[in-house]
Every structure is written in structure tokens, then in C-alpha cells.
Design a protein around this ligand. Sequence first.
Ligand SMILES: Cc1ncc(COP(=O)(O)O)c(C=O)c1O
Length: 490
Amino acid sequence: MNRLQAPLFEALVQHYESEPVGFHVPGHGYGHIYENEQSLAMSWLSGMMKLDVTELSSTDDLHHPETSIAEAQKLAAQCFGADETLFLVGGSTSGNLAMVLGVCEPGDLLIVQRNVHKSVINGLKLAGAKAVFVTPRMDEGTGLPTTPSLEDIEQALELYPEAKAVMLTNPNYYGMTTKLTSYAELVQRYDKPLLVDEAHGAHYGLHPAFPESAIQAGADAVVQSTHKTLSALTMGAMLHLKGSRVPIASIKEVLAAIQSSSPSFPIMASLDVARVMVDRYRAAWFEPGVASVQAFRAWIEQEDGALKVLPADQTSSAYDSLDPLRVVLWDRTGTVTGFELQKLLEEQGCWAEMADIRHVVLVWGSRAGEDAMQKLQAACKQIEYIIKANSSKRGSVSTRYYPGIGSPNPPKPVEWSRKKREHQRLPLVESEGCEAAELVVPYPPGIPILYPGEVLTKELIGYISTLAGTGAKFQGAIDSTMQTIAVYPR
Ligand SMILES: Cc1ncc(COP(=O)(O)O)c(C=O)c1O
């Protein structure tokens, strides 16, 4: 196997170049269906359609890989340091579902941090498993939640020896990163696998400036969104497996059940190509992005205006380092919210990854160029004027925004069931003291702030109302404006 080649991508190109006459799906027939169309659809879609084939003897089958997909996955495992890597066409979402459903049977228990992506909750629901939620640590400066402490994970392991695994999310959406080696050692001392949702860290371990990856730290199963910080197409992700603690056969069985039986070849080929770029250029692939973030950080510091970034050298008891390809930007004068800042950036043509009440998260591509940086600097300069012009609103944005959501201490198992329970809908402002009957998930980041069965406190109601009032988008709840909420009858 040659690590400088992309076997799946090359097999697809070779297949197309053999001028196949297809009597198979997909119906667009390599894009030829649009040949006589002088349309936008033709010009935008046709290139991709050349690679959009189906399972043929020349292309292989994701659910039973024998040739080019098998080879591409093996090369990915070598590149990322896994024993086995599985390509995912449903994002880290499908990887999280597969990890949870792969290790948990109905009634089983999983130790999991409280601030997980909703796909983990959906996995627990589908599995009929119970979660022991462990409260995350909170970063003092920003009030943002990270991973739980080692001690709290150990307490959960002591209390629940029957747990099937421990599942962590690292880094968080803001790039706050915990070193996982001691977590892996701890969990494995209890003879359990450590599962990691590393959706935002597909590039970890690939450049000296990056934190080590979860696989390098000794985790047993790790999901990465290759589409988020490497160069795969959206939905392209990888599940890396190491050692014998995770039930690989059952994880594969779940993936075959939850992913399409016609997985997208363009997505799979893009995973192969994303990996080959890493193998071909190694750390140099990321140099432009790393340098650009460093330059932007230095520039913001030198400007010394209202806009501030989370400093790379800041110490926190809640994390060990920050992702060098991500910047958390905010207005230190408290004049504009994160949502307003995001909008102001958009008005200047700069589109951020996400915002919360206070912060905006900017994700740098590994090949980010000088032009992008200049545009961002120009936008920031404009925004500085706007902030100055609105100085009457100075200090109106709360500095601490996360309502310190935690799980009971010691943690107790929470049951997840798909069974419907009788519930009613109340105006949010009248719901204090009620048990929520639905998930409340600001998106992004897609981390639930309220679970069914949890009690609505005054603090939480205030927080949800503020989020809704400042432009947050919600998933999970039926009323996405969050004027009302489903609760269980008292
Ligand atoms: C922590 C975390 N895990 C998983 C996911 C799901 O990833 P994907 O979009 O690749 O399905 C996300 C999405 O943003 C996420 O933030």
C-alpha cells in the first residue's frame, strides 16, 4: 500500500475514465443526464456526479469492503494511528450513535459527561441505555464547560462498576482541549473502554502545534469529523478503533443499520483524499492556517481595542490548551453580544462557525490564506467603530452566561426511553419547578442545556429566554422560539 496514493478516489476516477455504460443507479448516470442542459445544475453538479457511483466490482462496498475502500480505510488507520478505521458518511453523528449502540444493550449504563452532543443522547435513547452524567469543569474566565475532572470520572467508575464504558467529548466547540492520557489510563484500569467524541479535532496530532489526538492518548474508540477541520466533504467522518476493549463487530453491525445501504462515493472519496493530503504534506499542510491564526491573535492584541480573543497561553483549571486553528472572539466592553458580533462579521462578508451570547467561534481552514486574514481584519476594524458608536450599551452583555448546569453529586443514572409519556405545553415563563418533557438544544453547538426529566429552575428559564431573545437557534424542542415548553404534569 502506498500512503501517497488515494486508492478509492483513484479507483473511481479510473472507472469513470473507462467510459462505462451504466445500467445501474444512481439515475443521473455519471451526470450524463444533464449533458444537454445549459443549466446551473449541470455546471455545479456534474463534476461531482462523475464520482457518484454505486457498489460495483470496480468500486467496492462500504459495508463489506474488500478492495479500494478496504485499502483506503487501512491507510487512514495508519495515518491516524488506529488499529482499524471506518469511513462514515453520516458525520460524527453516525460514529457517536455507533459507539453508544455498539457498547450498550437495553438497560446498560454509560458514564458520559453532561455536555454531550445530541447524537450521544439519541444513541442512548435508541439503545434503551442509561446515562450516568458527570458534571463538566467550567472555565473560570469564560464560564464555558469542558470535560469533567479525572476525580469525578473516577468517582463515577467507583459508584457504577457495571458501566459499559466512559464517553468524553474533547475538544469542546471552543477548542478547549484536555490531555486525555490519564483519562484513558484510569478508564482502562477499570477494564472499560474510553470512547471519545473528537468531532472538532480531526487535525489533532498532525502538527507539532496541535494537541495530541485521542487515539495517541490511548483512547479505545474515537470519532472525528474529517469534514470539520480536514478537507473532506460535509458528512465525511472517521471512526478510529484501537485495541480489543470495544466490540468492533457490533459497532460495524450498527453502522450498517444506521447508514445508507448506498453510501455516498464522493464523500468516501473525499475522506480518502483528505487523508492523502495529510500523508503527502504532513505538518506543512497546516502551516498556513497555524501561521494565520497566530498572526490574527497578535494583531488583535496589538490593536488593543474592544475585540478580544481567548489567549493561547491562558491557563485554566478546566482545560490544558486551545486548538491552534480556532479563535474565540468577543467584545470585552460588553456592548455587543456574540450573536450581534457574528451578524456584524457577516455584514462584512466574514462568516463565523457559531456564536453564543458572548462569544463568536472562528474556525480556520488549514490552508487559510492572506486574503481571508485581511478581510477579517478589515471587518474587525469596522466593528470596532460600531462598538464605539454604541458605547451607551457598554456593559450590557453578561460576562458569565452558562447557568452552571450540573448533574447530581454523586451522579445518578438517567434513563433514556423512546416511550412517549403524557405531557403538556406551558409558556416557558410559567414552567418554573416543572420537569421538562423535551430536549432544549441551542444549535450550534448542538449540546443540550436541558434534558427531559430535569427541573426547570428560574436560572435556566432566564438563560433560555435570554438565548432566545438574543438570536439563538434551537433544536430538540417543538417550539423553536422557546416561548413555550413541553413539561410533564406536576
Ligand atoms: C461535539 C460534537 N460531536 C458531534 C457532532 C456531530 O458531528 P457531525 O456534524 O460530523 O455529524 C458535533 C457537531 O457539531 C459536535 O459539535
